[in-house]
Design a protein around this ligand. Structure first.
Ligand code: PEP
Ligand code: MN
Length: 303
């Protein structure tokens, strides 16, 4: 065990690996799907998306209000102006947690204000994007925002150790509710996928730390390519992550993917969501069966 992860590392058997987020238990033993819009666009699409989540029994969502974009001329997100109505709609549809990226300290204050203004109809999981994994001042800031859990995405061009230390930054400021996100690595070796899928690290993160592990099949694959078996690559990698013990799935969906303002190519449709959920249930069941089989055999095989 590395001594680098003083707070998030696994030191003793009895240290907790789960925590509560607005009534939702998130941990290394649980499984949740956070589906939703990559970027908040219209009220209609946000409402249709939340309604789809509710009809699929989901209480967690993803929604981007602040979008870090490669080009300064691309849509940057609606910012704080959309927060009150997004939170109100979330409350209307029973959404308990929204994963929402922040790129600077002021965004955390804006979320706090909007939640207070609307009477806390939901809560936010502060998402640190892959481009900000080593923005240490931002990490300290979300580490001090103890009322919010933080989902830190692995940096797409740095080592796993460096990204885990970034998560430790958040915890070192007193915020222990940290989730680690895998979203693929930036290299041409993953072509034609947008990123090289890095879900083989799920078990490593769980072994080294007590963090629940989130995977993002949408950003990993980046497109709607399908294999001859009729299954989209996004479904395939999502299932690979779930069967390997992922605890959260962050997935882009949109009522009309072609109209999504950000990452339109990788959004699933609302009609695909129930299929995705059923596929994840199959993969989760397979993970639990694998665990039963192999964990029971491990002591005998090691002897
Ligand atoms: C996102 O999830 O909207 C996002 C921008 O992801 P990443 O930081 O992984 O690119
Ligand atoms: Mn994106």
């Amino acid at each position: 065990m590395s001594k680098d992860f003083r707070i998030l590392g696994r030191h003793h058997q009895d240290e907790p690996t789960e925590f509560d987020v607005n009534g939702v238990t998130i941990g290394q033993e649980t499984f949740h799907v956070f589906a939703g819009l990559n970027a908040v666009d219209t009220k209609e699409y946000v409402e249709q998306t939340f309604a789809a989540l509710r009809s699929n029994g989901l209480v967690c969502a993803r929604m981007g209000a602040y979008k870090p974009r490669t080009s300064p001329y691309s849509f940057q997100g609606h910012g704080k102006s959309c927060l009150p109505w997004v939170f109100e709609l979330a409350g209307k549809y029973g959404i308990k947690v929204i994963s929402m990226e922040v790129t600077r300290e002021a965004h955390v204050d804006e979320m706090r204000e909007a939640l207070a203004l609307t009477g806390h109809p939901t809560t936010v999981m502060l998402q640190i994007g892959t481009r900000n994994t080593q923005n240490f001042e931002l990490l300290k800031c979300v580490g001090q925002a103890h009322e919010f859990p933080v989902m830190l995405k692995r940096g797409f061009g740095i080592t796993l150790q460096e990204s885990l230390l970034a998560a430790e930054y958040v915890a070192s400021e007193g915020n222990r509710r940290v989730i680690f996100g895998l979203r693929g690595m930036k290299t041409n070796f993953g072509d034609p996928h947008r990123n090289l899928v890095d879900f083989a690290h799920i078990s490593v993160v769980k072994r080294l730390t007590r963090m629940p592990v989130c995977i993002d099949p949408s950003h990993s694959v980046g497109g709607r390519g399908a294999s001859p078996d009729g299954i989209l690559d996004i479904f395939h990698v999502a299932a690979q992550g779930t069967i390997a013990g992922a605890n959260l799935q962050l997935v882009d969906i949109h009522p009309v993917p072609g109209k999504a303002l950000v990452d339109a190519a990788q959004a699933l449709t609302l009609e695909e969501l129930p299929l995705f959920m059923e596929d994840m249930a199959i993969a989760r069941e397979a993970y639990l069966k694998r665990r039963k089989l192999l964990a029971a055999a491990a002591p005998a095989l090691a002897a």
